[in-house]
Design a protein around this ligand. Structure first.
Ligand code: TYD
Ligand code: MG
Length: 458
């Protein structure tokens, strides 16, 4: 019988100890350490070698070929763009998101697009039955010849099928349901997830198959269990969005083959995910002109400017303790902006509840939207609408000064494209020379000046 060894592994961060602790000494989470029994067997070690790898030898950097092979362009443009232009052969990509975000739906659509134009796809599901997937596929109108389905959770079996089908792209939905049968711990445990991901990475690197892993996200927003997964894969994509809203953002947070923080915008419809080629237009579609408390911010998502509507509502607090409720913006930014408005502009916000909402269910955490947030709050406070053709760009400092923001040119272009006539921006050190025609820049030094111009007061 093989020798076994028992150890305690934190399901949050992967920390391993010989003894269990109530609180993980590494990440500080409570009750996350679970006993795992491991076989100390030599063959398991050998398995860990990437398939087909031979003995390594040092190479001169100058002689190494940078040719990874052509990227495979998936005809879903937003998806390819987030990946940096297409799928790199032999890469391994993690698609993470909360349950119901639409990971399975999106990957099934991606599988279809690939199977139609690029090559064979093997879609492995450990969560749903083949019939369930078929039902979804019918709903999405998918019937590609080169799309193979497999419902299996045993990794060894899956690798055998991969050898037989020899797909261009392998999709594993989800990594938390997979298990390697030479490991004792149950599926979803940190060591299983890490081992399975490691073996799939070996497969990708040695055979050139592109692997997509679906990963679940916990309530706190981290990928369930293993942070370790993020180190193993080449690219991490997050699919995010408010379940009560139709918009879904696909965001790249790590990418070994392209820029990070690229964002693709999709809309969940009755027949799957639909690309949104002009997100700013979509986010502003329901805007009510001349409503107090609404301001337009221009935020950057990666390299792409996005116009979003920020709404604020201030209302007298019925109790002594005023509330601050952010939805889509960072609580700390909301506190900072309301403190600056109280102290530097003299708004009596200490007796007001404040609600701030980003329309469309997206999250913005860029300080460049501070000015829009402040304008929306002041507009609601005075109950006076802001001009409909005005956008707000700028970060607010603690003494009420406005700070310059990056990529102003791109932001102004997007605002001009959507028909805005004026932009309120921080005072620039040098003249801004690439202002799009039809857009007037109004440069201001501080928040008091900005509000004096933006919020009409009789
Ligand atoms: P799903 O892809 O199963 O999410 P995940 O794999 O991330 O858990 O689907 C998420 C939701 O999308 C589900 O509640 C139903 C909805 N949906 C649509 O609105 N339209 C569609 O065409 C499909 C297939 C699903
Ligand atoms: Mg799913």
């Amino acid at each position: 019988m093989a020798k076994t060894r028992s150890s305690y592994v934190c399901q949050h961060c992967g920390y391993r100890a010989l003894k269990g602790f109530g609180r993980c000494p590494n990440c500080g989470q409570f009750n996350t350490m679970i006993e795992e029994v491991e076989e100390i067997a030599k063959p398991a070690r050998q398995n860990r070698q990437p398939l087909g790898s031979t003995r390594s030898a040092p190479q001169r950097l100058a002689e190494v070929s940078a040719d990874m092979g052509e990227r495979l362009y998936v005809p879903i443009h937003e998806f390819s763009r987030v990946l940096g232009g297409g799928i790199v052969p032999g890469s391994i990509v993690l698609v993470a998101g909360e349950p119901g975000a639409g990971k399975s739906t999106m990957l099934l659509q991606v599988s279809h697009a690939i199977a139609e134009e690029v090559g064979t796809v093997l879609y492995v599901s450990g969560e749903e039955s083949a019939a369930q997937i078929k039902m979804r596929a019918d709903r999405l109108n998918i019937s590609a010849q080169d799309l193979f389905l497999l419902t299996e959770t045993n990794l060894g079996q899956i690798l055998e099928h991969v050898n037989r089908v020899n797909p261009t792209v392998l999709i594993v939905d989800s990594i938390q349901t997979m298990y390697a049968d030479d490991l004792e711990s149950s599926p979803g445990n940190v060591s299983q997830v890490r081992e399975c991901a490691g073996r799939l990475q070996g497969l990708a690197k040695s055979s050139g198959v592109c692997v997509f892993l679906v990963g679940h996200v916990t309530k706190e927003g981290s990928i369930a269990g293993p942070k370790v997964l993020e180190h193993i894969v080449d690219t991490v994509l997050y699919l995010e969005g408010d379940p009560f809203q139709a918009f879904r953002l696909l965001r790249s947070v790590k990418n070994r083959f392209g820029a990070t923080s690229e964002v693709g915008v999709f809309e969940m419809s009755g027949t799957g995910m639909v690309e949104v080629p002009n997100p700013s237009e979509a986010f502003l579609a329901e805007r009510v002109i001349n409503a107090p408390g609404s301001a337009i911010a221009v935020t950057m998502e990666g390299t792409r400017p996005l116009l979003v509507e920020l709404q604020a509502l201030t209302s007298p607090t019925p109790f002594g303790n005023p509330r601050r409720t952010p939805n889509g913006v960072d609580m700390n930014r909301l506190l900072l902006v309301s403190a600056v408005l109280s102290k530097r502009v003299g708004l009596r916000l200490h007796e007001q509840d404040i609600f701030v909402n980003v329309v469309g269910g997206i999250k913005i955490n860029e300080p460049a939207s501070d000015l829009a947030m402040a304008a929306a709050m002041a507009s609601s406070y005075y109950d006076k609408p802001l001009a409909a053709d005005l956008t707000f760009i700028g970060e607010i400092g603690l003494s009420g000064e406005l700070r310059a923001v990056g990529q102003l040119g791109a932001r102004l272009n997007e605002a001009a494209k959507l028909g805005f006539k004026r932009a309120l921006v921080p005072k620039m050190r040098r003249k801004v020379d690439d202002v799009p025609s039809g857009l007037k820049l109004i440069e201001v030094r501080n928040i008091a000046e900005a509000l004096a111009l933006a919020v009409p007061r009789e």
